[in-house]
Design a protein around this ligand. Sequence first.
Ligand code: KDG
Length: 333
Amino acid sequence: MSRIVTLGEPLMRMTPPGFQRVKETKEFQATIGGAELNASVNLANFGHEVTFVSAVPDNDLGENVRKFLRERNVNDQWVKREEGRLGVYFVEEGYGPRSAKVTYDRTYSSFLQVAGQEWKWDAIFESCQLFHVSGITPALSSSLKEFTLQAVREARKRNVLISFDCNYRSKLWSEEEAKLAFEQILPYVDICFAGQKDFTHILNVGPEENFHPSLLKKYFREASQDYGISLFACTNREVIDSQSHQLQGFLFKNDQFIESQKHSIQVLDRIGGGDSFAAGILHGMLEGLDETSILDFGMASSILKHTVKGDHSSFSEDEVFEFMNAHLHDVVR
Ligand code: KDG
């Protein structure tokens, strides 16, 4: 198993029960989310030693997040207590043809303070194999954009593999801003994840309506040459309705392009599905699985996440393998 460092903002997720609307509900269920935190929890479930770099408020809400991390075996040593507040986001879950809606309330969060701090990079990256961050972090402020670049440079200096999940969020920044930032980050990246919005809107792989895997293959090959990225993985989703989707995964590694089958999946909660996919791919890669098994492990991890409520799941490596062998393909470990 590997030592992994992640960087990102923890968020409190507020969800009205029973598909109620946010503007009408009188009750919310509170859970913890945040893209990089979700990936951290999944990676810790798979047995890795994960350290989360972040900041939370110096109050009971911040303590709630730190306790949450510790309970899930994610090291919170570098989660600083800072001025500001805990970011919150509200999720109105979709039902049938009604799609889900996300409302952010995260301005002035303590996480913004990470950019102005002195960080002991030697200690943070000591014996670390992999650093993971997503496009949400640089989207939050111009100083966090600089800080993300600083963090990837510090990781690169120490020969730590760098994993970047583009994770474009249209509510946080424009496509043009994201494109400019990604162009600065991608030259440092070894492993890159992209969702549908990333590859159709930001990476210019082709229009969503005319998507074809051959376009992805061409893009992956060019980008791996331009940026030196050694592994690309992404999913493409066809939404039938809020509870049923078709999910297909793609992986490009060692000049090999692999497509998974299109899986029809039941969706209880799609949020965090991409983070579970990334965690599954990273785990498969770090464990030295063959290309097909890496992709299938990522798909199994993501499909399982869709079956549970909340932004991340608690499936162990064995449980994901069991699901993958039963439903995705026959692999003997
Ligand atoms: O990938 C899931 C995330 O989108 C969710 O946990 C919330 O971090 C979040 C964000 O900024 O959207």
